[in-house]
Ligand binder design. Structure first.
Ligand code: BGC
Length: 571
């Protein structure tokens, strides 16, 4: 089952035990990546058929968002079986093939672990419902009697992230309402009770199931929420609402609890127990919107998780002072615990980067970074400006010390799509009372080739259209259209990743700020012989004397650096 990683011709980093410290990881959102069977939804056949795109791009690893059986109430983050593949995506046998093929191509494979909650269709939740109040089956979840004389009020005031209360009342088979269960996300996603040893043991087995199949690591979904204060105290009135705006204050009853550390160490020990296998120890990267930096960096202290998504990079506005402060805080925060930094500009929960950077307001504080930020698509985004900035930001992040996470389609510069209400599937749309369109605009199926939908996403003889409609003007954004265009996004990514793999200064390590960089230019140097300069709203700027341009995010005018441009230099 587990095949050895074959060597890639041009390097070795993917094969070293600390590959995760500098890896460029490509996120596949399976439903929207590539459709192999023509039903309008992406699948494993599609991923297998396009793994060469990732290898040619030059990434080190692929992270695959949930591929498990799911009723898709939250895009697959409502898992009905953690040890199987959703039949609409394929089979376990295909997953084995995919892992093996990825390894043959020199790509590590990370999959998603969703430990905070499952689906109402998970057999253990069904059993808990049937078993009734006070049963050991219900102890795997968080069931409580309601407040008020007849228990008609939820047990406390916790809000669900996507709107409404975090509690849903169970109605017994006789139609009589009984207990409530906790769901920090949709009512179809009941929270596990992590104070139950049986839950922790079940997840140990899930980790081993996939590690034994050759998976190299897990991305931990909502990694700051599993542990709860089981006295279930009310939140203070000023804690904000779940639909973004939640204040994760220290001592919060369900965010960043001290009990998390024990859980993380337990997982780490399991990953480390694979040290003697050909792939080496398996790794964990956490997903948590949690600030300030030292708080999140604590997740990556020795013996805990390996890395964590740095959402500061994604949320920080595109200005010299903000970017510089963010980079300094990131380097200091992770440096203090000896963990690598990661740089993240997009994912399946956030508006596309080219659209975000084309808006007047390019950043967002943590308290409004919640899932389902208002979609910035539609009139008002200057996409030409957004693309220029996104290209500059791409070279900036690829030059910084650490690893990079790249969301599918960002290598093509795809914009956010302003979808019509009738096609929206994100639960945020319904649960916000139709005030927030949610995250579908960044989940539109990828354009691979051709001049009109489905742009090669589905085979020619497909029976169904893509599950979310693709815009009619994406012909110039397909992989095929960008392939041989020296000025395309795709070419920029490929070139940058090639240089990054070959240049001894890039990847993990240190930087020093460049004293030669003029005011308003974010300049740093990395040894040996590399410099990166980013201009924000200044320019034209002369490049340092004697420096040779390795790569520029957009063509330099008269050999000078202009606004919203990054240049890589040999010095
Ligand atoms: C995932 C979201 C999901 C939520 C609940 C997030 O962090 O990235 O897509 O809706 O967790 O599982």
């Amino acid at each position: 089952m587990t095949r050895p990683l074959l060597s890639r011709p041009d390097d070795g980093p993917t094969h070293s035990a600390d590959w995760w410290r500098h890896a460029v990881v490509y996120q596949v959102y399976p439903r929207s990546f590539a459709d192999g069977n023509g039903d309008g939804e992406g699948d494993l056949t599609g991923i297998i058929g396009h793994l060469d795109h990732l290898a040619r791009l030059g990434v080190d690893a692929v992270w695959i968002s949930p591929w498990y059986p799911s009723p898709l109430h939250d895009g697959g983050y409502d898992v009905a079986d953690y040890c199987a593949i959703d039949p609409r995506f394929g089979t376990l046998h295909q997953a084995d093939d995919l892992i093996g093929l990825a390894h043959d191509l020199g790509l590590r494979v990370i999959i998603d672990l969703v430990p905070n909650h499952c689906s109402i269709e998970h057999p253990l939740f069904r059993r808990a419902l049937a078993a009734g109040p006070g049963s050991s089956e219900r102890d795997l979840f968080v069931f409580r009697d309601g407040r008020g004389a007849d228990g008609a009020e939820p047990p406390n005031n916790w809000p669900a992230h996507f709107g409404g209360s975090a509690w849903e009342r169970v109605v017994g088979p006789d139609g009589v309402p009984e207990q409530w269960y906790l769901h920090l996300f949709t009512p179809e996603q009941p929270d596990w009770n992590w104070s139950s040893p049986a839950v922790a043991e079940m997840f140990d087995d899930i980790l081993r199931f996939w590690f034994d199949r050759g998976v190299d690591g897990f991305r931990i979904d909502v990694a700051d929420a599993c542990a709860k204060d089981m006295t279930l105290p009310d939140l203070p009135d000023d804690a904000g609402s779940g639909m973004s705006g939640l204040d994760k204050f220290p001592g919060h009853p369900y965010f960043d609890r001290p009990e998390l550390e024990r859980i993380q160490r337990r997982w780490r020990a399991i990953g480390d127990s694979y040290a003697d296998t050909p792939q080496g120890p398996r790794i964990f990267v956490s997903e948590a919107y949690l600030g300030p930096t030292p708080r999140l960096a604590a997740f990556t202290a020795p013996g805990r998780l390996h890395a964590t998504f740095n959402f500061d990079a994604l949320l920080t506005e595109w200005t010299y002072s903000s970017q510089r402060a963010m980079i300094e805080a990131t380097l200091a925060g992770y440096g203090a615990v000896g963990a690598p930094c990661t740089w993240v500009l997009g994912n399946h929960d956030q508006p596309r980067v080219v659209t975000r950077y084309g808006r007047r307001v390019t950043g967002s504080p943590y308290t409004s970074a919640g899932l389902g930020r208002p979609s910035p698509a539609g009139p008002g985004a200057d996409l030409a400006l957004g693309r220029r900035r996104a290209r500059a930001a791409t070279l900036l992040e690829l030059a910084l010390p650490g690893g990079v996470y790249l969301y599918q389609g960002d290598e093509l510069g795809l914009p956010e799509v302003d979808l019509p209400p009738e096609v929206l599937q994100d639960p945020i749309w319904e649960r916000s009372g139709h005030t927030r369109k949610g995250r579908d605009g960044c989940r539109v199926p990828l354009p691979w080739s051709g001049t009109r939908p489905p742009y090669g996403f589905s085979p020619e003889d497909a029976t169904d259209s893509p599950w979310l409609p693709q815009p009619g003007d994406w012909a110039g954004l397909t992989v095929t259209a960008q392939e041989d265009d020296p000025d395309s996004f795709l070419t920029l990514w490929r070139t940058a990743l090639r240089i990054r793999r070959q240049h001894a200064a890039l990847g993990d390590g240190r930087l020093r700020w460049d004293p030669d960089a003029p005011d308003g230019v974010l300049g740093f140097r990395r040894d040996p012989g590399f410099a990166c300069w980013t201009a924000f709203d200044t320019g034209p700027i002369d490049l340092p004397v004697g420096a040779r341009v390795l790569l520029a995010s957009t063509p330099l005018t008269g050999g000078k650096l202009g606004p919203d441009q990054t240049v890589w230099l040999a010095r």
